[in-house]
Design a protein around this ligand. Structure first.
Ligand code: WTA
Length: 645
């Protein structure tokens, strides 16, 4: 079924018809420099760009808005203080229901300036990295913007990651300052944020200062000379802090994400290109209107938080909601309650949250009015058509367009999405490319698949301003990861179908990355965590369809001889705990299957394809089993599988 554009929505929409979209899309591909040059004018530049694009695809080196100088914090904060000092910039929805704090543009500037002065007093200079490990508190936004203000590079680490994960990211980025909190309330739990941070920086002389946000009353040990309460430090400084005018290509932030190898990748985004892309996509994909209250439920630890909770809305002068809690606390009506309380006009969430809420029934939704909403958005993983329809029919009461948008940490902003009010939608498809984006499907041999009605590997043929430029300190890895499989094309790692109407349908990852509840997880990372346990000889991790998480984690494990007598129950528990401890709760395997051998080829390569089929319960169709070195291994796996069903 095709959902036609909403009548009436088109009158105020930025893009009113498919003709408008096609006209601008064509222009963006035919005259990209003119198109992006115009889009760049939405920002305030200290010195306007002299060129728009300088691309060297052979060297995988892209440079946008050369000669331009700007500051991301100035664009997100200062220029709106002049126009709208009393307008709320951030509405902080605290963990406990009914508790809100309004932060006006003036408050925001004042607090950002003070944090910037604190960072400077702690020796942070332009180009230095600052690691941020915080719950969803205003200080998180202040610190990111403070870094941008003084030209420091922020590296936000999701506060659900473990001490080991945090430490690895601090080491890779070379950060000398860590900003954290004493505790993080999250639903009914309290995360011991400072304790995790302490473990992460234990013995790391690299980290000079740890600034601690006082989120709760909890007293935590403070190490003299290293740990400082942020509120006390802020009270020493005034709010005025000059901005550092950055070159357009100067780094704005690093954000770590998972890839096919065990080591997380430090994706680097620039000041000019990223910000132009953030404001442009925020304006069109969410059909920005002057009085919008933009409620994006993503955590700041992910790219969605960076682009559509912080930089996009704030740089466009839009009120943004910072949600500290979770959609099911205290019950499944929480998101709708927040929507009503703050009068949100745009709600942007993830399919995993929608699946969990749908399961609780419509009564929670219907208790709220949701009258303020005019647009619903979803990203992070494929949205199941029945979830799309529920979002559209029940949550939006058929009034609001649903904007399923596809993109990645590396793309900085949305690459494929409908134009609300103009694009007819098919539930489950992110529809058509954004301006300036040229998707290409290629087969496994790298042949470009022309025309409609084809499926293949999703690549992007030309650069766009929001594209990540490199992996922190490792450009070679950037080239190998994204530009070696299909030369001169950016490879996304996703499989995709282009249907008869030219609509794009993401079919999921085709590499060793799992998308678990919208969080990217490398199978290799989980395997390394398991193998680090004293009992494990070998581990192979695969994904399987999971009702709530989209993809669940299934680990096949062989044990060392001295652990063969241990109780299976206990071992499973211990191994789940191991992954939780090493990576964080999001990576905890849903299933641990202890086996006496893994299926391998004669050359010793683990047959993951076969394990994937087994985990998915597709045991009828295991493909070619003749390459197995030890066929008996398969019998055991199949027996175990049949016992589970
Ligand atoms: C998946 C999140 C289908 C995809 C913004 C991609 C999606 C990965 C969608 C990136 C969508 C994201 N439909 N799949 N609308 N949005 N994905 O880096 O597999 O956390 O490669 O960025 O999520 O995840 P990341």
């Amino acid at each position: 079924m095709i959902y036609a554009p909403k009548e009436g929505f088109g009158r105020t929409a930025r893009i009113q018809s498919m003709e408008d979209y096609q006209f601008l899309y064509r222009k963006s591909l035919e005259r990209p420099e003119e198109f992006w040059g115009e889009m760049a004018q939405a920002l305030t530049w200290f010195h306007p760009p002299e060129t728009v694009l300088d691309a060297d695809t052979d060297q995988v080196d892209f440079s946008w808005f050369g000669g331009g100088r700007l500051n991301a914090c100035y664009n997100a904060v200062d220029r709106h203080v002049k126009e709208n000092p009393r307008k709320p910039a951030i509405i902080w929805a605290k963990n406990e229901p009914g508790q809100y704090e309004l932060i006006t543009w003036r408050d925001l500037k004042h607090n950002v300036g003070r944090v910037a002065n604190v960072l400077k007093a702690h020796g942070v200079k332009k180009g230095d990295r600052v690691c941020i490990y915080l719950p969803m508190v205003p200080e998180l936004a202040y610190t990111m913007l403070a870094c941008a203000r003084i030209g420091a590079v922020h590296s936000v680490v999701f506060a659900g990651f473990s001490a080991d994960s945090l430490r690895e990211r601090i080491l890779d980025s070379g950060a000398q300052v860590l900003v954290t909190a004493n505790e993080g309330p999250r639903g009914a739990k309290r995360v011991r944020t400072k304790a995790i941070s302490d473990e992460a920086v234990e013995g790391l002389s690299q980290v000079r200062s740890v600034l601690v946000v006082r989120r709760t009353e909890a007293d935590v040990p403070m190490k003299a000379g290293r740990d400082w309460w942020l509120d006390q430090e802020m009270s020493k400084h005034r709010g005025t802090c000059p901005v550092e005018w950055m070159a357009a290509e100067d780094p704005l932030f690093i954000l770590y994400t998972s890839g096919s190898t065990g080591k997380p990748k430090g994706v680097m985004h620039t000041t000019g290109g990223y910000l132009v892309y953030a404001v442009t996509t925020h304006r069109y994909v969410f059909d920005l209107q002057p009085d919008d209250v933009h409620f994006c439920t993503a955590d700041m630890g992910w790219i969605t938080g960076h682009t559509y909770l912080l930089y996009g809305p704030l740089a466009n002068g839009t009120t943004t909601v910072l949600f500290e809690s979770i959609p099911t606390y205290p019950d499944a009506g929480r998101l709708w309650q927040v929507v009503d309380d703050v009068k949100a006009t745009v709600l942007f969430t993830a399919p995993t949250a929608l699946r969990a809420l749908l399961r609780e029934g419509d009564a929670y939704v219907k208790k709220s009015s949701r009258k303020s909403l005019r647009l619903l958005a979803s990203a992070g993983e494929p949205i199941n058509p029945e979830v799309w329809r529920w979002y559209h029919d029940v949550v939006g009461e058929g009034r609001c367009p649903v904007v399923d948008n596809w993109w990645q940490t590396e793309t900085g902003g949305v690459l494929i999405a409908p134009m609300p009010g103009a694009t007819p939608c098919k539930p489950g498809s992110a529809t058509l490319p954004f301006f300036g984006v040229e998707p290409v499907l290629v087969d496994d041999e790298g042949r470009v698949l022309e025309g409609n009605g084809v499926s293949g590997n999703l690549c992007i043929a030309r650069t766009w301003p929001g594209q990540a430029r490199t992996l922190w300190g490792n450009h070679q890895r950037f080239i190998e990861t994204y530009y070696s499989r299909f030369p001169r094309l950016y490879f996304t790692g996703d499989g995709c179908r282009r249907d008869e109407d030219g609509y794009y349908w993401i079919t999921g990852r085709v590499d060793d990355v799992l998308n678990v509840s919208g969080h990217r997880l490398g199978t290799a990372e989980v395997e390394s965590a398991l193998v680090a346990h004293e009992s494990v000889a070998e581990a192979a991790v695969v994904g399987f369809p999971h009702e709530l998480k989209g993809t669940g984690v299934c680990a096949f494990v062989t044990l060392k001889p001295e652990f063969l007598d241990a109780s299976t129950e206990q071992m499973m528990g211990a191994l789940k705990e191991q992954v939780r401890h090493v990576i964080g709760p999001i990576a905890t395997p849903d299933q641990v299957r202890i086996v006496s051998g893994l299926p391998k080829t004669r050359s010793g390569k683990i047959l993951r394809r076969m394990l994937r089929k087994i985990a998915c319960g597709e045991t009828q169709d295991l493909g070619d089993t003749s390459t197995l070195a030890e066929p008996s291994v398969l019998d055991e796996l199949l027996t175990q599988q049949s016992q589970m069903q």
